[in-house]
Design a protein around this ligand. Structure first.
Ligand code: PLP
Length: 406
């Protein structure tokens, strides 16, 4: 009789977004005439930019002719895309990253879940609380997190770094020494970030304590402030201690197209072992390359017209962020984020729990957000709204929240 990976049985039930969908569906069944505005899930709504559509069309036509048809893509990615990433995301910012340190993938979710395979089973992970759930859940599946306490919602072997209003959402160095530190900056869900100097502090800490940083830069395109790093490799020494994850989902609307990349510097070693060589081996065995068509679309992100169009797209979402942030502030709410990220993180009013506020907004304003407690215990008492809706819906949602009288 076969056995199963028992670690899967340890995962707490009901994924956050299925629970939200269940509540919204029940509400709509009971109130079929209401128009619900969804500012919950972090998915984009604007169409792909024209430069990307053109590149997709051209690549599709190439696939229709024997002379230009492409089969399996190289597992580490096409050179044209890896070079464009190196030039635009790294060299242009003074980061000395080379093409053979870039690994093209189908997105940051799979890379952020898979990267833990490179590390010893006994590694201790440290995560911010609240946190993008994939970092913890992928380590649960690998059996690295100990036992789960349902009452406190914490894993015995995970080091949590609280990020709350009290510490300005800046994680503090943990008392116990971690082996793997996950940092997502700008942050999902809090929409906040840290300065380049603070990030340098984390790099110095990782080097001193022999830890590796998994740096998720999925929201890098939304940074508007000068003193915020766009890549961890802007920090001195980061190439010896950090892996960076990038996504095309939020800067270019590829959530349904699927493209990402991971940077594993050659200087990142554990004794004699190169993590770059390990990730290349892993990619070669378990991944068969992102589609040619999609990689050509990714290349177009870095063309002059692509850059100009995407700057406008990001500005469109950030105008929504300003509508939400300013509107909530005017209505008397305590609000964070929305300056360097497309997420607004608000304090729930009158000490309401995150789920109570979710129900309240759904009932009274017909607006859907995400309860902060779904991202970890320190998210309790907070609520996340995203700027990824249309401008008109965002304005209407704010009007309704203001009128809901909470
Ligand atoms: C922090 C963070 N990392 C990664 C992802 C997933 O990105 P991708 O669409 O590239 O898989 C998301 C998506 O919401 C995210 O919020």
């Amino acid at each position: 009789m076969f056995g199963v990976n028992e670690n899967y049985q340890k995962l707490p039930g009901s994924y956050l977004f299925s629970r939200i969908a269940g509540k919204v569906n029940a509400f709509l069944q009971a109130n079929p005439d209401q128009k619900v505005i969804r500012l919950g899930i972090g998915d984009v709504t604007q169409p792909l930019a024209p430069a990307i559509i053109d590149a997709l069309h051209r690549a599709v036509d190439e696939m229709a002719r024997a002379e230009t048809f492409r089969g399996y893509a190289p597992d580490l990615g096409y050179e044209f895309l890896r070079s464009a990433i190196v030039e635009n995301d790294y060299r242009a910012r003074g980061c000395d990253i080379s093409v053979d340190e870039i690994f093209i993938s189908d997105g940051a979710k799979s890379d952020s879940a898979n990267i833990q395979e490179l590390f010893a089973d006994c590694s201790r992970i440290a995560v911010c609380d609240p946190v993008y759930p994939v970092y913890v859940d992928s380590n649960v599946m690998a059996g690295r997190t100990g036992t789960y306490d349902a009452a406190s919602e914490v894993w015995s072997d995970v080091i949590y770094m609280p990020c709350t209003m009290e510490n300005g959402f800046v994680p503090e160095f943990p008392r116990e020494t971690p082996d793997i530190i996950y940092l997502c900056l700008p942050n999902n869900p809090t929409g906040t970030t840290i300065t380049k100097e603070q990030l340098q502090g984390w790099v110095d800490y990782a080097i001193k304590s022999g830890a590796v940083i998994i740096y998720d830069a999925a929201y890098e395109a939304y940074i508007s402030e000068e003193n915020v790093a766009h890549s961890i490799y802007e920090c001195e020494g980061a190439k010896t201690c950090a892996i960076e994850l990038r996504s095309f989902s939020k800067n270019a609307g590829f959530t349904g197209v699927r493209l990402g990349c991971t940077v594993v510097p050659k200087e990142l070693r554990c004794g004699d072992v190169s993590l770059n060589a390990m990730w290349a081996r892993r990619h070669g065995t378990k991944f068969n390359g992102a589609p040619y068509i999609v990689q050509r679309a990714g290349e177009a992100v870095y063309s002059e017209e692509g850059k100009a169009q995407l700057k406008e797209q990001v500005a469109y979402y950030m105008r929504n962020a300003a509508v939400i942030r300013d509107g909530l502030k005017e209505a008397g709410y305590t609000v964070f984020g929305g300056v360097n990220a497309p997420y607004i993180w608000m304090k729930t009013p009158e000490k309401m729990s995150s789920w109570d506020f979710f129900d309240y907004l759904l009932e009274k304003a017909n607006v859907v957000g995400t309860p902060g407690s779904g991202f970890g215990p320190c998210g309790e008492g907070y609520f996340r709204l995203t700027a990824f809706g249309s401008y008109e819906n965002t304005q209407e949602a704010l009007e309704r929240i203001r009128k809901s009288g909470c």
